[in-house]
Design a protein. Structure first.
Length: 477
């Protein structure tokens, strides 16, 4: 599989094309120090076989932001060094941190914007990025990733909504690129040419007047010219369309652009691959070989392999899918796809991030702070009979019920339409579920799979054909 071919990035050889993109965990305290819970989270990805692990955004400054890792002072280096030591001691996975600068936000809904920053403050930001990059290099990381996506400072300068009117102004693309160009120059001066320096940015902003892939192709070209060693593509996650909840800090993933950044179950799989394909083709067409990573509902191995085979990207960034099952890569490599704990994109993790609570997966056992690890001694959950599965159709829903399976931590629900393939619809911990996205007059069949906490599952039980009646408005008088 192309997915398990190694890739060299400025001397850093990642063993496969599976990337864990940066996901805030809120596992540290407000001091920003690495602790055992943080190390355990990232060690699990190394044990699970991910090729490249990008550690959650680390602040380059001291602005308050709850439980967020920091690289803003030398005192953080020992904890960061212990994190890299643990990961490197487990596997040949490579680990880089994402470093970030963000502006102030308030519970009133107010937020600081880039036009309020003086040139002197911009100079400080440039130096903060360079100093943070030097610290993470000293801590033993394999490279560093600059966060220029979503709602944060570098991305806000890069945005078409940048309101500045000086040399950093939003009325020209070169003006919008000036800050990150200066940051990159300073970082390179601090860490040297042989240390991988990478960047994450938005392929599209998905806000009114935001830039689209037409401009992001030019941005990608400039980033390649600047010498970034890989380009990691995201989308959206902007403050401009965020929905403010009174009494809480504005959360940039609460509007439509946030839905595109962390797409829920109602949005299609692999929905941003076309953006990566355009950007990659533009780079190749202009003589650049800079690797490109893309994220966005890519936890189905078939989707991941297909985009790599087509050359639409060089790495597959899977966030929520690897949160649900850190062993995703090893299971795919070993042909154990049926034992993957499959993310159902319920976005409980996103909601926890928005309330600054420790980020966990709703599919894990109740109270678990980390993904469960399997034990061969634990029996595979299975029913002794047909599982007592039943389906009750109406013209607009199908209600499913089944009996508990001994040892089951959850149940995966699949549906096929007519003679089509069965596709995963949801994952639940209870023994009932209602399908509300059906059409009257069609025939469906449902399959329920009981699984253990680590994803091992027995044979599914099925409902048999379920015929829905036509709705009343379709029946002639």
């Amino acid at each position: 599989m192309k997915l398990f071919e190694p890739l060299e990035i400025n001397g850093m050889v990642i063993p496969n094309r599976v990337m864990v993109p940066a996901m805030v965990t809120h596992l540290c305290d407000e001091g920003g120090m690495v602790n055992d819970a943080v190390i355990e989270r990232y060690a699990a990805y190394a044990e699970g076989g991910a090729g490249l692990i990008v550690v959650e955004a680390m602040a380059v400054h001291q602005n308050k932001s709850g439980a967020l890792l920091r690289a803003s002072e030398d005192k953080f280096i020992p904890g960061l060094r212990e994190l890299t030591r643990r990961v490197h001691g487990i596997s040949d996975s490579k680990i880089v941190p994402q470093i970030i600068h963000f502006m102030k936000v308030a519970r009133t809904g107010w937020r600081q914007t880039v036009d309020t920053l003086s040139v002197e403050e911009i100079d400080v930001i440039v130096e903060q990025f360079g100093a943070a990059a030097a610290r993470v290099q000293e801590a033993g990381f394999d490279g560093v990733e600059l966060h220029s996506a979503h709602a944060y400072t570098l991305s806000s300068f890069l945005s078409r909504t940048n309101p500045r009117s000086d040399d950093y102004g939003g009325d020209t693309l070169e003006g919008r690129l000036r800050l990150i160009g200066r940051v990159m120059e300073n970082v390179r001066r601090k860490v040297g040419r042989s240390f991988p320096v990478c960047v994450r940015f938005n392929a599209e902003e998905f806000i009114k007047n935001g830039y689209t892939v037409e401009e992001s192709k030019l941005i990608a070209r400039r980033f390649a010219e600047l010498g970034f060693d890989y380009l990691s593509l995201s989308v959206g996650g902007k403050f401009e369309d965020a929905v403010h909840t009174p009494g809480t800090v504005l959360f940039p993933y609460s509007g439509y652009s946030g839905d595109r950044c962390m797409p829920g179950d109602w949005l299609p799989r692999a929905l941003h691959v076309n953006l990566a394909a355009e950007i990659k083709a533009h780079l190749v067409g202009n003589g650049f070989t800079t690797p490109v990573a893309i994220a966005g509902k890519l936890s189905d191995p078939r989707d991941a392999e297909k985009l790599l085979e087509r050359g639409e990207a060089d790495m597959v960034a899977i966030a929520r899918g690897l949160l649900a099952d850190p062993a995703w890569a090893n299971k795919v490599k070993n042909g154990q796809i049926d034992s993957i704990v499959q993310c159902d994109y319920c976005n409980v993790c996103k909601q926890l991030d928005g309330t600054h609570k420790p980020v966990i997966c709703a599919l894990w056992p109740q109270g678990a702070l980390q993904a469960p690890k399997g034990s061969p001694a634990t029996p595979v959950p299975r029913w002794a009979d047909d599982g007592g599965v039943s389906a009750t159709p109406t013209e607009s829903t199908v209600s499913l019920r089944w009996s508990k399976a001994p040892g089951a931590a959850g149940y995966d629900i699949y549906r096929s339409t007519g003679d089509g393939d069965a596709r995963l619809l949801d994952a639940v911990k209870v023994t009932r579920w209602v399908d509300k996205c059906v059409l009257g007059g069609l025939r469906y069949q449902y399959h329920i799979r009981a699984r253990s906490a680590d994803g091992r599952a027995g044979s599914p039980v099925s409902t048999g054909p379920v015929d829905l009646p036509l709705p009343g408005y379709m029946v002639a008088d």
